[in-house]
Design a protein around this ligand. Structure first.
Ligand SMILES: Cc1cc2nc3c(=O)[nH]c(=O)nc-3n(C[C@H](O)[C@H](O)[C@H](O)COP(=O)(O)OP(=O)(O)OC[C@H]3O[C@@H](n4cnc5c(N)ncnc54)[C@H](O)[C@@H]3O)c2cc1C
Length: 448
C-alpha cells in the first residue's frame, strides 16, 4: 500500500498550490520535481559570476490574483508581496514624455475611466475614446458574475481587432492597451486572441477597485513561495523531492504507478502540473484515451520573454517600476526598491519577445542599454557595471487564434488529474492561472 494519498508532479506554482491545498485538507502528498530546485518558470538562480540571487524574470502579481493570494496566505508567504493600494503606473512614452496613470477608489469601471480622464499622456479625444470600452467591459463582467464561461468575442478575433472595434484609438493602444496586453498575455496584441485579454480586463477592472493594483515580490521568487510551500507540505507528513524526473504509467484506463528512474511509486491520485511541452515525455506508454490530449499539448505554441538585468554604478530610476511603451523592453523594474538592494539593479522585460530572443546576449544587452539611456536621462551619465540576459523561450503558451484547445482538470484516465497554467482556466499563462488550476486539481482529488 502507498504511504501517500497523492503524487504531484512539478514544483512550480500549479504543483505547489495543489500539494499545499491537499496537505491542508489532511492528505499526505509527495511532490516530484525534475529540476534541482523548485519554482519552474517562476524561480531564481544564483548568478555564478557574482553569487547574487537573480529571478529568472520579473514577476508581477495583480490584486485580482485571488487564488494566488489564498495560496500565499496558506503557506505564510503573502507578507512578501508588496501590493499597491490602487493601480498607479508611470510611463515614459516613445517621445520621452513622462506621465502617471492613477486610478482612484471608485466603483468599476469609474475608477479606470476617472484615472484615464486625469492621465496627462492622453489628449481629450483619446480620453473620450477610452469611454467606449466601458460597455464591453461591463458585459464581460456580467457574464463572469453569472458564471458563464464564454465571452462575446469570435475565437479568431485578435486583441488589436477587438480594441479597434471598441473605438480604442492608436494613442490609447500605444500607451495603455499594448503594454498591458504584453504584460498580461506575453504576446503582441496583433497576435493574441482577444478572449483571455477580455477576461483579464474584466477581472482587473471589476467591482473591486483594488483588483488592478500591482504587486511585486519583495524576495527572490524561490523564497517567495516555493520554499514556504515545501515546508508547509513537509510539516503535514508529505515530502518534496527535487532532481526527481517522473514518468506516469497507466493500465486499463487508470493510473498504475509513477517511476523516478528505476524507482516505482504508487498513490491513488496523480496530479501532473508539467508544462504543455513536457507532457508527452511524462507519459511514455499512455492510455489510448490520452492520445488527443498529448497531441494537442505537443502542438500548442509558446511565447518567449527576455529579461536584461543591469547594474549601474549609481541610482538611475526613482520609482519601483516604469512602463516604456513602444520599445522592445516594455517595462523596467528597480530591484533596489523591490528587494531593498543597495546597488542600482534594473530588470528590463521584453514580453512577446519573438523578434529578439534569437539575438546574442551582447546584442540584446546593447539594445536594452540604448533604450534605457534614451528613456532615462540619469542613465546616460551612469556607468553600466554589468548586464545579464535571461531568455525564457517557452515562458508561456501561445494565445494565437487557431491554437489547440486547452484541456480541463479531469482526464479519461481514473486517478490522473491535470494542472498547470495552460489548463483551461480562461486566463492567460500567468501565476493566477497556474494556481487556479492547482486548486481545481486538488479539489478534484478531494471529491473523488
Ligand atoms: C520570465 C517570465 C516572466 C513571467 N512573468 C509573469 C508575471 O509577471 N506575472 C504572471 O502572473 N506570470 C508571469 N509568468 C508566467 C508564470 O511564471 C507561469 O505562468 C507560472 O510560473 C507557471 O507555473 P506552472 O506551475 O504551471 O508551470 P511551471 O512553473 O513550468 O512548473 C512545472 C514544473 O514541472 C517540472 N517538470 C516538468 N516535467 C517534469 C517531470 N517529468 N517530472 C517532474 N517534474 C517535471 C518543471 O521542471 C517545472 O518545475 C512569467 C513567466 C516567465 C518565464
Amino acid at each position: 500500500m502507498s504511504s501517500y494519498d497523492a503524487i504531484v508532479i512539478g514544483g512550480g506554482f500549479a504543483g505547489l498550490s495543489a500539494a499545499s491545498a491537499l496537505s491542508e485538507a489532511g492528505a499526505r502528498v509527495l511532490v516530484l520535481e525534475a529540476r534541482p530546485g523548485l519554482g519552474g518558470r517562476a524561480t531564481a538562480f544564483t548568478d555564478p559570476a557574482t553569487g547574487e540571487v537573480v529571478d529568472n524574470g520579473q514577476h508581477v502579481l495583480l490584486g485580482c490574483y485571488r487564488e494566488t493570494f489564498r495560496f500565499l496566505r496558506r503557506v505564510g508567504a503573502d507578507g512578501d508581496v508588496t501590493l499597491q493600494r490602487r493601480l498607479a503606473v508611470e510611463m515614459i512614452d516613445a517621445r520621452g514624455r513622462r506621465s502617471r496613470l492613477k486610478c482612484p477608489a471608485l466603483p468599476a469601471p469609474w475608477h479606470l475611466l476617472t484615472g484615464l480622464l486625469g492621465w496627462e499622456a492622453l489628449g481629450i479625444r483619446d480620453r473620450l475614446a477610452a469611454l467606449r470600452i466601458a460597455p464591453a467591459l461591463r458585459a464581460a463582467q456580467a457574464r463572469l458574475a453569472r458564471g458563464e464561461a464564454g465571452l462575446d468575442v469570435a475565437p479568431d478575433e485578435t486583441v488589436e481587432q477587438w480594441l479597434a472595434a471598441h473605438g480604442q484609438n492608436a494613442r490609447l493602444r500605444e500607451m495603455l492597451w499594448e503594454p498591458l496586453a504584453l504584460a498580461a498575455l506575453n504576446q503582441s496584441p496583433r497576435e493574441a486572441a482577444a478572449g483571455s485579454f477580455i477576461r483579464v480586463l474584466a477581472e482587473m477592472f471589476g467591482r473591486d477597485p483594488d483588483a488592478a493594483a500591482i504587486g511585486l515580490p519583495a524576495v527572490p521568487l524561490d523564497r517567495l513561495y516555493a520554499e514556504p510551500a515545501r515546508r508547509f507540505v513537509e510539516a503535514r507528513g508529505g515530502a518534496v523531492r527535487t532532481g526527481a524526473p517522473a514518468r506516469v504509467h497507466t493500465m486499463n484506463g487508470r493510473v498504475s504507478h509513477v517511476t523516478v528512474r528505476e524507482e516505482r511509486l504508487e498513490a491513488p491520485h496523480v496530479i501532473t502540473s508539467v508544462p504543455w511541452f513536457a507532457l508527452e515525455d511524462l507519459l511514455p506508454d499512455p492510455d489510448p484515451s490520452l492520445a488527443g490530449l498529448i497531441r494537442d499539448a505537443t502542438r500548442l505554441g509558446s511565447s518567449p520573454i527576455v529579461t536584461v538585468n543591469m547594474w549601474f554604478d549609481r541610482p538611475v530610476l526613482d520609482v519601483p517600476f516604469l512602463g516604456l511603451p513602444g520599445r522592445a523592453m516594455q517595462w523596467v523594474f528597480e530591484k533596489r526598491f523591490v528587494f531593498g538592494e543597495q546597488a542600482s539593479h534594473l530588470s528590463l522585460v521584453s514580453s512577446g519577445a519573438e523578434d529578439i530572443v534569437a539575438r546574442s546576449n551582447d546584442e540584446i544587452a546593447a539594445l536594452a542599454v540604448e533604450e534605457i539611456r534614451a528613456a532615462l536621462p540619469e542613465a546616460r551619465q551612469a556607468a553600466l557595471t554589468r548586464a545579464k540576459v535571461v531568455r525564457e523561450k517557452r515562458a508561456t503558451f501561445s494565445l494565437k487564434p487557431g491554437e489547440p484547445p486547452r484541456p480541463g482538470t479531469r482526464t479519461p484516465v481514473a486517478g490522473l488529474h491535470l494542472a498547470g497554467d495552460w489548463i483551461d482556466t480562461g486566463l492567460p499563462g500567468t501565476i493566477e492561472s497556474a494556481v487556479v488550476s492547482g486548486h481545481a486539481a486538488a479539489a478534484a482529488v478531494e471529491s473523488a
